[in-house]
Design a binder for this molecule. Structure first.
Ligand code: FES
Ligand SMILES: [Fe+2]
Length: 292
């Protein structure tokens, strides 16, 4: 949103996200600020701020009545999410956890994209472009359904041959979108006892500028807790996650050529088979203010 966020962890491991400017004389806390115990210390005059944001000490004298403003944050699968609240309103929803606990991404890629977050998400609902742009056959298993800020859909993709496998597989992908910044794809591969996860997340950083993150993980399908896997299995999980990422990023590069040059069509001329896109355009309205 064209604003900086300073992210840090206190000694006890809790992450915090604060607005960047020190209320004393405006130094940027991300440019040389340090964490000392539970406090964040400003690089300019060493005023210290407690986890609740209160200024608790200065090197020479009592602290002023000052407070750092926080973003509410939550952690899921090793990602830290910050709630952006221009008017300070608290979060009304959160990102759902994966069924397997302890799954964290082991491979990641990121890029700056010249587009809007909405366009990146729409790319998933616009599955008719998969055979054309990505040479992937697609069949809709479950049409998109929504539940407040969540949208779900299932597609069968392939047959395709993931780089680490010998056989070609036809895979049923479950897509979960949460708001405009979160997409999670679950791909169970029962014949291998594996489930893989792909995340696509995008942060609007400025007008028509989006930071895009693609990350992957893989876990044993039958173990609800992914942290319990044996070492050789973990090696396999990592190799599979890396291969998944390579494949996904290859496809994202094909999308980038379109995103970076296309324009946003507020009133697209949709074909009869573009129903999922129409559904998405309705769903997405909830994330914008009602007045322009
Ligand atoms: S500007 Fe931060 S302590 Fe002075
Ligand atoms: Fe695409």
């Amino acid at each position: 949103m064209d604003k900086d966020v300073v992210l840090y962890r206190t000694r006890d491991g809790r992450p915090r996200a604060v607005r960047p400017y020190c209320p004393h004389l405006g130094a940027h806390l991300g440019a040389g600020g340090t964490v000392q115990g539970q406090n964040l210390v400003c690089p300019f005059h060493r005023f210290a701020f407690a986890p609740d944001g209160t200024c608790v000490s200065t090197p020479d004298g009592p602290p002023p009545r000052a407070r750092l403003l926080h973003h509410t944050i939550s952690e899921h699968n090793g990602f830290v999410f910050a709630w952006y609240e221009p008017d300070g309103a608290p979060p009304t929803w959160d990102v759902p956890d994966t069924v397997q606990t302890g799954v964290v991404p082991t491979a990641a890629w990121s890029a700056e994209v010249h587009t809007y977050a909405q366009e990146i998400i729409e790319n998933t609902l616009d599955y008719r472009h998969l055979p054309v742009l990505h040479q992937v056959a697609v069949q809709e298993l479950d049409p998109p359904t929504s539940e407040g800020p969540l949208l779900r859909m299932r597609l069968r993709l392939g047959p395709d041959r993931p780089p680490v496998l010998r056989q070609r597989i036809q895979a049923d992908h479950s897509f979960l979108m949460a708001g405009l910044g979160y997409l999670r794809v679950e791909l169970p591969l029962p014949s291998l006892g594996l489930i893989s996860y792909l995340w696509v997340m995008h942060t609007p950083t400025g007008p028509r500028r989006t930071h895009m993150l693609v990350a992957t993980a893989c876990a044993d399908i039958r173990k609800p807790d992914a942290t319990g896997a044996s070492l050789p299995r973990r090696g396999l999980h990592r190799a599979f996650a890396r291969a998944m990422l390579r494949t996904a990023v290859g496809k994202v590069h094909q999308d980038l050529a379109i995103w970076n040059t296309k324009r946003y069509e507020p009133r697209p001329r949709l074909a009869a088979s573009d129903e999922a896109i129409g559904f998405f355009r309705q769903w997405v309205r909830q994330f914008y203010p009602s007045s322009p």
